[in-house]
Each structure stands twice: as structure tokens, then as C-alpha cells.
Design a protein around this ligand. Structure first.
Ligand code: IFM
Length: 480
């Protein structure tokens, strides 16, 4: 367990929040005119999720929203990052808005604001309307154009009641896990499609960002959230391994950062993937659109990635887990080994390394010093147990948070402009292909009764937000 000194403090204007996503918590999958999304189809397909779990009920947030917001207030949250289910707003992904869907998010935003909690809305956290997937999904351009319409509808309805508009959450996952390895919905496995999806997600970000700006002007912040990878060479002296780092960095990080922030695709990315695609889906003007100015860049960080160039015959090593290192997700990178790294590990099998957080924030800020950063997700799944005293003593999660939030503090000390931190997640939820088996929440959900129980990490987080000083791991058990 990490027992760090508790001297780390954060300034008053540093924003503390918690994050969730629509399909992971809402439930009510067929209510209020919501259409099916790719995750409904995928999770209802036998063998796709652990135990056949689906988001049909999830944490039932759709029906418990008012109480959940009251709980956020009790936690002292200053901001809440949620996502909007596209198929609640446009059941088939295009056309007029569904009033019941708009009303739900409108009530959520008002409820948050009445409790003085800033709404941070993500437009797309993976629940693509199934009708758009049937028409080709993210590998086709039209999906990005439909996303622009959807963004405009929401900006018009919720406008400046939302503090920050985030276009996409982790387009890496949508493209490479959805269309490359197929471990996420829609479960397709074609490297060329995955790369076309990368571009159309980038384009969707640009089109939606421009539409939001047109509607809300400067009355809200514009953002996007990327799960950037901290990639380490197996042998820092081996040129082949350094080149593998370069290649994976291009696919994982620069494929999104450069078009969005520099208005270009990396030349090495185009070369590395030339056998799969000529990138002719990039049309004139796309890159200017994608480079819509943003106010803040959201960064999600969980663990690090270690790679080795696989030069001769012999066994190829593949690390466990679907993200961030499932090798089959990476187009044109069959000769890159993703190595299991030194522990300790979370219940996802992901290595715990807070130094990666500092390294990531520092390196992004060195390349893009003018863009403020926000940690929009960080947290860990562990096997939680309810103790005889009725509490969940999740020391491992508290320890993870202490290490990583301290690492954010170190980046700030080094001059990085990080403006806030959102823990993933407010509550246990549907962890995609892992169903309800992996618990990331600081609040426990009993999936039988849907009762919410604060874990020690929730009390600990409330104390952090209240005092702006990192409480020790040991103190968490005594907080109430
Ligand atoms: O649960 C996910 C979330 O939806 C996106 N970022 C990573 C989390 C943990 O896997």
C-alpha cells in the first residue's frame, strides 16, 4: 500500500469531480423512446460480455438521477462528467430530437446547477445508434456528418447551461477496440476500417466542435478526452524497441493529437499503415475542420504500456487485458509485442504506475504548452468486499488514488497547467466487455437492490475535496 506524506495541497481553483458514462450507469435501455445502440446489440450477443451482462438496468441512474445528484453534493463534488446517450436523443441517429431524451439531460443539468455542480457533458462515450452502424458505422464519413447534427441539437437545447462540452471520449477505444480487435462494440475486426474510423471520429470532433461554438459562442468550454498512452521500450538501448515506441505512439497518441491540435496527420503514421490504407478518406478541408480550437484537453490515464519489436521467429508476447495493450487492436503492428509489466496490478490486470501520470501530463504540456489540461478519468477496479461493519474498506483503491493524485500534483509543481481531476468512477457500473464483474466506483452498487453504499474511497475523496490536501491512506477507514 502506498503511504505517502499528506503534505500535498491543491489550490482553491483546482476542480474536483467524478465521471460516469450513459450506457454504463443509466439503464432504461428501451425507455423514453431510446433507440438501440451498438452496445445493446453487442452485449445481447452471446459470448461478447462476461457473464452475458448488459446495460439494460445498469445502476438505474435514469430513475435515480435526483438522488444521485444529491449524493454528488454530499460528496462535495464541484463538477460531474457524464455522457449523453445519442440514441436517447436521436433513436436512429438522425432526424428530429426525441423530446423525452432531451428532457432527461435537461433535468440532469438543472439539478446539477441547482446544487452548484458544474456539468461536464460528453457527447459520445461509445453508444452509437445501431442504425448508424447498420449504415457503415465510424468507418464511413456520413456518421461524422450525423454527429454534427446531433451536437447542434444538444448545444441548442442545453447551450450554456453546460460548463464544458466534450465531443468524444477515448476515440482510440471506439476505433481500435470497436473495429480493430473487436472486443468492444460493434465487434468488427478490420485494420483498414479501424483507421477509417480514426479519421471519421476526428472529423466528428471537428464538426461537432464547430457546431457547438456556433451555438454557444464562448459561454461554454470546448474539449475532447483522449486516453493517451505512456509507452515504454522493453530495452531502451535497442533501436528496434525505440522504433516500436514511435510506431505505437503514432497510432495511439499522435493519430488524434496532431490532427486535433496541429491540423495534420503524422507522416510516419501514414507510412506505417500504407499497406492497409492510402488514407484517401481524408478530404480537402477535413484537417482544418478537425483542428477546431479547444479550451481544454481531457486526459484519461490508468497505466503504462511496454513494447518490443518482434524481429525473429519465436513466441510473440501479448499482455492481458483489452486496454490499453491488447495487441490485436493495433493496425499494421503485428510485429510489436506488448509485454506484461512489473506489478502491482488492478483487477483489470493493469499495472499501477503513478509515474506514468506525471510523465504523460508533462510531455503533453511540453508539446502543447498553450492548452490547459484536465484529468477526466483516473481510478482503479479492485475486488471490493462489504465488511462485517457494513463498510467497503477499499484501501487498495485509496492507495491508487493517493499515488495518482500526488502524481498530478507533481506535474503541477513542474509547471504543467492541469486544472482539475475527475475520479473514475462515481459509482460501480457496466465495465463494457467485463460487465459488472469489475468495480471502479468510489460508491458501491448492489446490483440486486441497486442500493448505493459509500466505499472508504468516497469518504476519503470527500475529505480531499473539502481540505484540498491529500489525506493519508490510513485515515480513510476512520472517515465518515
Ligand atoms: O470504464 C471505462 C470508461 O468507460 C472509459 N475509460 C476507461 C474506463 C475503465 O476501463
Amino acid at each position: 500500500m502506498t503511504s505517502l506524506p499528506t503534505s500535498r495541497t491543491f489550490p482553491d481553483d483546482f476542480l474536483w469531480g467524478a465521471a460516469t458514462a450513459s450506457y454504463q450507469i443509466e439503464g432504461g435501455a428501451t425507455e423514453g423512446g431510446r433507440g438501440p445502440s451498438i452496445w445493446d446489440t453487442f452485449s445481447h450477443t452471446p459470448g461478447k460480455t462476461l457473464n452475458g451482462d448488459t446495460g439494460d438496468v445498469a445502476a438505474d441512474h435514469l430513475h435515480r438521477m435526483v438522488d444521485d445528484v444529491a449524493m454528488m453534493k454530499d460528496l462535495g463534488l464541484q463538477a460531474y462528467r457524464f455522457s449523453i446517450a445519442w440514441p436517447r436523443i436521436q433513436p436512429t441517429g438522425s432526424g428530429a430530437a426525441n423530446r423525452a431524451g432531451l428532457d432527461f439531460y435537461s433535468r440532469l443539468v438543472d439539478e446539477l446547477r441547482s446544487h452548484d455542480i458544474k456539468p461536464v457533458a460528453t457527447l459520445y462515450h461509445w453508444d452509437l445508434p445501431q442504425a448508424l452502424e447498420d449504415a457503415g458505422g465510424w468507418p464511413v464519413r456520413d456518421t461524422a456528418l450525423r454527429f454534427e447534427d446531433y451536437a447542434r441539437l444538444l448545444a441548442t437545447e442545453l447551450g450554456d447551461r453546460v460548463d464544458t462540452w466534450t465531443t468524444l471520449n477515448e476515440p482510440w477505444c471506439s476505433a481500435y477496440l470497436g473495429y480493430g480487435s473487436g472486443v468492444h462494440a460493434p465487434g468488427r475486426t478490420d485494420g483498414a476500417d479501424a483507421l477509417a474510423a480514426v479519421h471519421h471520429l476526428n472529423l466528428a470532433h471537428g464538426l461537432a466542435g464547430r457546431a457547438i461554438r456556433e451555438v454557444v459562442g464562448d459561454h461554454a468550454q470546448l474539449s475532447v478526452t483522449l486516453n493517451l498512452h505512456v509507452i515504454r521500450p522493453d530495452d531502451p538501448q535497442r533501436p528496434e524497441d525505440l522504433d516500436a515506441v514511435r510506431q505505437i505512439d503514432a497510432l495511439a497518441n499522435r493519430a488524434f493529437l496532431e490532427p486535433m491540435l496541429d491540423g495534420r496527420y503524422p507522416a510516419d503514421l501514414l507510412q506505417d499503415t500504407a499497406a492497409l490504407t492510402d488514407w484517401s478518406f481524408v478530404q480537402d478541408g477535413d484537417l482544418e475542420t478537425i483542428a477546431v480550437p479547444i479550451d481544454v484537453l481531457g486526459i484519461n490515464y490508468y497505466s503504462t504500456t511496454r513494447v518490443r519489436r518482434h524481429t525473429e521467429g519465436g513466441a510473440v508476447e501479448r499482455a492481458d487485458g483489452h486496454a490499453p495493450s491488447a495487441a490485436s487492436a493495433w493496425p499494421a503492428a503485428d510485429d510489436v509485442d506488448f509485454l506484461r509489466q512489473p506489478g502491482p496490478y488492478t483487477a483489470m490486470g493493469w499495472n499501477i504506475d503513478p509515474t506514468g501520470m506525471t510523465e504523460l501530463l508533462t510531455s503533453v504540456s511540453a508539446t502543447y504548452p498553450h492548452i490547459p489540461l484536465m484529468v477526466t478519468e483516473n481510478g482503479a477496479a479492485f475486488v471490493d468486499e462489504v465488511s462485517a461493519d457494513g463498510r467497503v474498506h477499499d484501501d487498495l483503491r485509496v492507495s491508487y488514488l493517493v499515488g495518482h493524485i500526488d502524481a498530478v500534483g507533481q506535474a503541477r509543481e513542474a509547471g504543467v497547467d492541469v486544472r482539475g481531476y475527475f475520479v473514475w468512477s462515481l459509482m460501480d457500473n457496466f465495465e463494457w466487455a467485463y460487465g459488472y464483474d469489475r468495480r471502479f466506483g468510489i460508491v458501491r452498487i448492489d446490483y440486486e437492490t441497486l442500493e448505493r453504499t459509500w466505499k472508504d474511497s468516497a469518504y476519503w475523496y470527500r475529505e480531499l475535496v473539502r481540505t484540498r490536501r491529500l489525506p493519508s491512506v490510513e485515515s480513510a477507514r476512520d472517515l465518515s
